[in-house]
Design a protein. Structure first.
Length: 340
């Protein structure tokens, strides 16, 4: 993967994108000038900025333990409060939008910074909403305890069922609800986001009554990481005739059709086990070119795999895999207004 030269020494793994519901999750890849299309399975790094458009929501798995959901029209930065060398002492900066997190018990306090103040976490489940215009921060706590401190230094310890609002002209406001009522409030206020989160099966937020609401954009098909995991554990129809063309631009791939295949899933990775994924996507035909807005590649060898899918998006067999070589490709990124 290509990264700006200024960011080479600061590249420290923070987590991985494990789900994307929607067309456009963006990453700056530690650049202060460009945005790139992000893909499922892609690693995330400390000091990296992520943002979604008005149709996209995503989930990140953190290496310190826990998951975080990024709602639509949201801007998040993965930062640390002190040292880049200590990933276990981390923080997130939420510029705007809706953010859900469920963290494992931490050795040191994990912090969420917003325009309204700081939220200190040692292991809990909560939802944070930050209004872009007013900079008001809302915190809804489902499990554990958090300590919130507004910009005036006022501090409040929250317990499960508590709702806090701070950062606005009226100062901090804290209300207490029965925990089930607070979860119902989340479903009412953020129906698409809460439905997406409920599908992760790790949250106390209730699942929607209608299964059609679970995924707002990608319906109920398995995500690409689930598809890959299932395919690696099965036999069956496998694509053949794998060809890669990786010149000076985005690489393109082709393969022969598989009987019974309705579509295909394609992956590009740094390792043979396909654990360090750089690109993942779907193809309706037997070829696919990595979009020009994807992060570029350094020169070297990479692995790619293709999985045949039936009409329901289920794998038909084991991934077909090959190696390709590229002289390197520097991406110009995407405009946030354009389709990547």
């Amino acid at each position: 993967m290509f990264y700006p030269a200024a960011a080479q020494e600061e590249k420290v793994l923070a987590g991985k994108v494990i789900d994307i519901d929607g067309p456009r999750l963006y990453t700056d890849r530690l650049s202060d000038r460009s945005w790139y299309q992000a893909y499922m399975g892609m690693a995330t790094f400390l000091n990296e900025r992520l943002r979604t458009d008005d149709k996209t929501q995503a989930v990140i798995q953190f290496y310190i333990g826990g998951r975080a959901g990024i709602g639509r029209n949201s801007k998040v930065e993965i930062v640390t409060m002190r040292s880049l060398e200590n990933v276990r002492e981390g923080a997130l900066k939420i510029d705007s939008g809706t953010f859900w997190a469920k963290f494992d018990k931490q050795e040191k306090e994990f912090r969420i910074q917003t325009a309204g103040g700081v939220i200190g976490i040692e292991g809990t489940e909560l939802l944070v909403n930050v209004e872009e215009e007013t900079k008001i921060t809302e915190v809804l706590l489902f499990e554990g305890q958090v300590r919130v401190t507004d910009n005036d230094g006022k501090e409040q310890l929250l317990s499960p069922g508590d709702y806090a609002s701070f950062g606005g002209p009226r100062g901090m406001c804290v209300l207490s609800y029965p925990a089930p009522s607070l979860r119902t409030l989340v479903v009412e206020r953020f129906p698409k986001f809460s439905s997406f989160l409920a599908a992760q099966n790790v949250t106390s937020i209730p699942k929607p009554a209608s299964p059609t609401l679970i995924r707002g954009f990608n319906s109920q098909r398995d995500d690409l990481l689930t598809v890959l995991s299932k395919a690696q554990a099965m036999a069956g129809e496998t694509a053949s005739g794998l060809q890669a063309n990786a010149g000076s631009g985005p690489p393109s791939f082709s393969w022969t059709s598989v009987p019974g295949a309705d579509s295909y899933a394609l992956y590009v990775a740094e390792d043979q086990k396909m654990e360090e994924i750089l690109f993942s996507g779907n193809a309706d035909s037997t070829s696919l070119t990595v979009p020009s807005g994807a992060p570029g590649l350094e020169s070297g060898n990479y692995y790619w795999a293709v999985v045949a899918l039936d009409k329901n998006g289920k794998p038909l067999g084991n991934p077909a895999q090959a190696v390709f070589q590229t002289p390197g490709w520097v991406s110009n990124g995407v405009s946030l207004e354009e389709d990547a």
